[in-house]
Design a protein around this ligand. Structure first.
Ligand code: SAH
Length: 354
């Protein structure tokens, strides 16, 4: 077990089982051993769309600029990214936005990032971008004022979630405890949740069915909508996930491009889970926003012009561009599992791609 794993085991020995959300927070963000806190690159373990192709960030930058135009160019726009990773998407977006100087010149960029190591990489990637940059460790309606033009790619999948398992006693929370051999292990809480805390759409779950809920994800979605309703702007959330509720568990660990054991080596693997888009949409509506989608990533990118962009770039690099396009939009790659959801002010017209 990693030193962080040993600390988590000591914590459980002292205070009893912890929720999966608490475990994820420690495994991902502990200042000394957390996965994100200690890494300056993620591509050793998994590759995200902006790292696959420059086209992804370029098109998203232009999509956000279009939203600014559609809202009659509000003053002091903020270009916000939640969880910017290495800063690649922002770099590509800001390059493409040289085509929209009016928007680009008015921007302040806000990078919402908890990881000190990744914040440093982002600062290096964007050192020469010529646009004012500001970092924030969290996102809420107080720390970020709008109008916001916000992108979150593979951010929500990394947020802590809780799991509840359907048993004959009712829905019981799955906790992290210490197993017989001293290793971390899952165990169900003895008492069932009070009725009414699991949404009705999970009523048909079979015994052993799992309900996953990210309270943190819902809270951030609501805050985004709140800022957009108050100050204007648009948000684009892209991630892998589902719209119709499922009964399976999706929490996974990945290291070195392979699935790993979630509990075995905390901090040494990335932890993520499929995003419940229906829950994010509901939270955004509660926050006062108007929601579009989710639509599949392949359809979204195609509709906003990725094929034409690939053709333009192919003049020099035909094979590379075909491979990148395939990776981003094909159904057996990222095209259908990944989805896009947009949040706009109430009454706004349907945005491009939805
Ligand atoms: N968007 C990037 C990186 C995705 S990885 C890309 O597409 O390549 C997830 C990112 O979210 C990392 O930058 C991670 O440090 C950040 N992150 C994870 N949880 C966070 C939280 N609770 N608050 C702020 N940033 C977080």
């Amino acid at each position: 077990m990693t030193p962080l794993g040993q600390r988590i085991a000591a914590l459980i020995a002292a205070q009893g089982p912890i929720s999966i959300a608490e475990f994820m927070t420690l495994a991902l963000h502990d200042r000394e051993g957390g996965y994100y806190a200690t890494r300056d690159t993620l591509s050793a373990d998994f590759v995200t769309a902006p790292e696959v192709s420059q086209m992804f960030g370029e098109l998203i930058g232009l999509w956000l600029a279009q939203a600014w135009h559609d809202q009659k160019k509000p003053k002091n726009p903020r270009l916000v990214e939640l969880g910017p990773g290495r800063g690649t998407l922002l770099r590509d977006a800001l390059r493409a936005l040289k085509l929209m100087p009016e928007f680009r010149n008015a921007l302040e960029v806000v990078l919402v990032e908890v990881s000190p190591a990744l914040s440093k990489v982002q600062a290096e990637t964007l050192a020469d971008c010529g646009v004012p940059l500001r970092w924030s460790e969290s996102f809420d309606a107080q720390s970020v004022k709008g109008p916001i033009f916000l992108i979150a790619n593979e951010f929500f999948d990394a947020l802590p979630l809780r799991q509840y398992v359907k048993t004959e006693r009712g829905w019981c929370e799955r906790m992290v405890t210490i197993g017989e051999n001293g290793a971390l292990a899952f165990a169900l809480a003895p008492d069932a949740l009070p009725a009414g805390l699991v949404p009705d759409n999970r009523d048909g779950a079979p015994e052993g069915g799992v309900y996953e809920r990210s309270v943190a994800g819902e809270a951030i979605s609501e805050q985004i909508a709140h800022v957009i309703a108050r100050d204007g702007g648009t948000a684009l959330i892209i991630d892998y996930g589902y719209d119709a509720p499922g009964f399976g568990e999706t929490l996974q660990a990945v290291a070195g491009h392979q699935f790993a054991d979630v509990l075995a080596d905390p901090g040494a693997s990335d932890l993520s889970a499929h995003v419940d888009f229906r829950a994010l949409a509901q939270a955004a509506r509660q926050g006062g926003g108007s929601v579009f989608g989710p639509v599949e990533q392949g359809a979204f990118l195609t509709s906003i012009g990725i094929v034409e962009r690939a053709e333009a770039l192919s003049r020099n690099h035909l094979e590379t561009m075909t491979a990148q396009l395939d990776r981003l939009i094909n159904a057996d790659q990222m095209g259908t599992l990944f989805k896009a959801l947009a949040i706009l002010p109430k009454g706004a017209p349907t945005p491009a791609g939805f």
